[in-house]
Design a protein around this ligand. Structure first.
Ligand code: PXP
Length: 238
């Protein structure tokens, strides 16, 4: 059974546009769970452009809600994440000027740091995943670093699907990576830029156990509501 993680960062983006309290990501987290999300994802960015520390704290205090907290490797963020105590951690690259996470982690450059961060969370019994490009080498490095899971950056694939270009090569790359990761004991997740069509393609890959989807769900819910959109995604990944 594949799981759906709903990223609610952009509920906070909308709230912050007014500088007030509505819509509240805390209420959104409880609401999307009720509509069938298996977990929720939030990204505590270094610039706090959407989710703030207090949001993360409050959301992680909700009973029976699995929270996946995305963080960079910056010391200040890691320290806060240890205090926030989410159920899961996903380590992502962060670049101040980017609009969204543009690619996977540079594992080679940051091996020692990432390994020590994984150990910190493992000691707290928190599952750690690494957001990586679909690269066989990065999968082997992820295993060596002690990660529990990898999340494959699906941005390139999602863009090919949206622009109706040939997807076979990128699909096979993701499939090969998923098979290798699963074989060496890493749970496989996928996310970034996904919509109904790209998720439908990727749900054919048995090894992918979790999808984390944000922007499209929030945008589509403006027209159809969380209930219908989440239920449709759940049907697609079943
Ligand atoms: N997974 C990870 C690790 C991400 O960083 C993001 C974007 O914050 C997502 C999934 C969701 O991407 P999108 O908002 O494009 O669906």
């Amino acid at each position: 059974m594949k799981r759906l993680g709903v990223n609610i960062d952009h509920v906070a983006t909308l709230r912050n546009a007014r500088g007030e309290f509505h819509p509240d990501p805390f209420i959104a987290a409880k609401f999307v769970k009720k509509q069938g999300a298996d977990s929720i994802t939030i990204h505590l960015r270094e610039d706090r452009r959407h989710i703030k520390d207090l949001d993360a704290k409050k959301i992680c205090s909700i009973k029976n809600l699995l929270v996946n907290l995305e963080i960079s490797i910056k010391n200040e963020i890691v320290k806060n994440a240890l205090k926030i105590k989410p159920d899961f951690i996903c380590i992502v690259p962060e670049n101040r000027k980017e609009i969204t996470t543009e690619g996977g982690l540079n594992l080679r450059k940051n091996q020692r740091k990432i390994k020590s961060i994984i150990r910190l969370f493992r000691n707290k019994k928190i599952r750690t995943s690494l957001f990586i490009n679909p690269s066989l080498n990065d999968i082997l490095i992820s295993k060596n670093l002690g990660a529990d899971c990898i999340e494959i950056h699906t941005g390139r694939f999602a863009t090919l699907v949206k622009s109706k270009k040939k997807i076979k090569k990128e699909f096979l790359r993701i499939k090969k990576c998923s098979i290798l990761a699963s074989k060496i004991g890493l749970e496989v997740h996928a996310g970034h830029g996904l919509d109904f069509r790209s998720t439908k393609f990727l749900s054919k890959i048995n090894e992918i156990k979790e999808f984390n989807i944000g922007h499209f769900i929030i945008g589509e819910s403006i027209f159809h509501g969380f209930n219908k959109v989440i239920k449709k995604f759940k049907r697609i990944i079943k």
